[in-house]
Design a protein around this ligand. Sequence first.
Ligand code: TIU
Length: 220
Amino acid sequence: MPIIKARPFDFQLDLDHVALLCIDMQRDFCLPGGFAESLGNDVSLLAPCIPVIAELQGAFRKAGLPVIHTKECHKPDLSDLPTAKRKRGNPKRMIGEPGPMGRILIDGEEGTDFVPENAPEEYELVISKPGKDSFYGTGLLDYLHRRNISGLVITGVTTDVCVQTTMRCANDRGFDCLLVEDGTESFFPEFKEYTLKALTAQGGIVGWTGKSQHVLEVLE
Ligand code: TIU
């Protein structure tokens, strides 16, 4: 089985049972005028992972391996939005309110869609999720079981929020997870560093982290 150099030790990439998971590469998080900026974040901090994820997506597609996309969003009638989440952070624009890219974090709006560089192909699975955990309120687990997937190469934003939450929840559901270090970013660089360390401490208590270069080498 192909081996990827990783932390805390090598990761076995089982090419028959692996998928690339791209978490929330949405305009609302990555571009000015979106939800993340309305929470006071500097969205330019997320930019470095966009081309890295694009390259990984290309390599997975070329190898015929599944690429899965998540987007954090809510129904237009807000029936899946807890009041606590709507009010949290006292944002300039609350979820559901109009912004420069449509209603903030509402499924189907321009801002909720993916940045063009990381957009899904028509045939790829897109998971709309109301929370930070990609399994909560979604069909992700069923899909992974149906496809017989046991390993996830994880990318996306932000490292310490939706990415970390999803990786912990995937680990509890029995998946071997490799988080791509340069394929994820945070609004807080120190939180990214800390998260990578926390996930891999204690002999990989939650999983592995590794560089995109080593994943690409194996896929080629
Ligand atoms: N605000 C922030 O850092 N992240 C989120 O709200 N969602 C994701 O991480 N995708």
